[in-house]
Design a protein around this ligand. Sequence first.
Ligand code: NAP
Length: 475
Amino acid sequence: MAATATARKLLIGGEWVETGEWLEVRSPYSGDVVGRVAKAGAAEAKAAVDAAEKAMTEPLPAHKRAEILVKVVAGIARRHDEIARQIAAEAGKPLKAAKVETSRAMSTYTFAAVEARKLAGEVVPMDAAQAGEGKLAFTLREPIGVVGAISPFNFPLNLVAHKIAASLAAGCAVVLKPASQTPLSALTLAELEHEAGLPPGWLNVVCGPASEIGDILVADERVRAITFTGSADVGWGLRERAAKKKVLLELGNATPVIVHGDADLDEATSKLAANSFSFAGQSCISVQRIYVQKQVYDEFVKRFVPSVEELVVGDPADEDTDVGPVIDDDARERILSWIDEARDGGAEILTGGSLEGDLIEPTVIANAAAEMKVCREEVFGPVVVVNSYESLDEAIALANGTRYGLQAGIFTADIRAALEAAQGLEFGGVTVNEAPTFRADQMPYGGVKDSGNTREGPAYSVRELTEERVVVIDL
Ligand code: NAP
């Protein structure tokens, strides 16, 4: 594809801006250049914050914000196929998963529009205390201020949507820094916002070196909140440096799921095979650790491994592909080295374990020890570990045994076991008879422990991005 065909400018203060320098966006599958993006630095990031601050001096009424968000839904629908193909091109995400992501972004914007319209404070029951007698009090929900948003490569459209749509619903102007590997989808959303009539400065997109742009967002006091989705080390590092700001973190996981002895094994195997390998395991809630009760372990493995072997590995642009590339060579080498560590340490590779062409084969590892990286850290690749357990308490302890706590799941026919797991699993979300990769965009989504400190989903994000102001009236 000609590089110039998709040369894209930055959006700052309502203007499409060139900087004289370009970032190349390459397909993780073919290595071809699929787009070029104007490269921003500290000066553009500062200009973007100036524009956002200026925009917020003229607040946009809620009905206008909602109307714009709804127009973006229509814009995504109109360009659905093109947008999905762009995600497949820049992220290497198989087209069928890219189409799902595109539809989910429409859902995210739709829910954000609803939140914009119903954003309201509440009445405080003042005469509930003697001191409040003769007073009326209520709260206003005020936008927190300019939001700095930083997004990862793996959902280049829908995770950007969660940040932009929720910020606008809350009445906040945004400076967005998308992942350098996947900036095209973010710029398409910016185009759609612009076309929908978003006034200048409410959305600014700057692509470029993470530390340079990140430093401005951290240091500039006008940026009142940073909403970050990405890896744990980067996220917690930002929070440490931005002590006076609200820093909302959506981070990684090493997603566990328990398959209890009484589970429907057909349901568990089919759902887990698909959700361990979708987008080559590069979802923050891709299934990574499966704990199966001892009496059904052999039967589970007998059914699970053939379902994994049926997955189609190949070109993400092909409608039939289930598993494509990982994002880059460094990720591929790291994942292969973690598989080697498990193999060398005595774990058994039940299927996969090496390359098919340049792509990592979907890999199932049995009997991996808890201290191996594939059990302890986030693999973020097409690798799943299947280990056995005796009691539910043991399974819950194994599932809880990492620094992460985003989502976990259990397959069981026993309501008591389901509830025990829901209470004992230290995670932001627990799925029952569904893979823990499940997410609907209106859900409260986020983690505990190293996985984060907030909940995303338009209703929850809008709460985070507004501040309550109490008004007290003496009657
Ligand atoms: P990443 O390397 O942490 O990058 C995420 C974003 O942070 C990118 O835009 C990156 O910019 C930027 N960044 C990197 N260093 C920075 C710094 N010093 N200051 C400011 N910004 C900085 O993560 P990733 O590899 O893109 O994404 C994978 C991770 O995201 C996984 O851990 C995954 O679990 C997590 N994730 C979590 C969720 C969730 O909702 N909980 C969802 C999806 C992904 P550059 O691209 O320019 O380096």
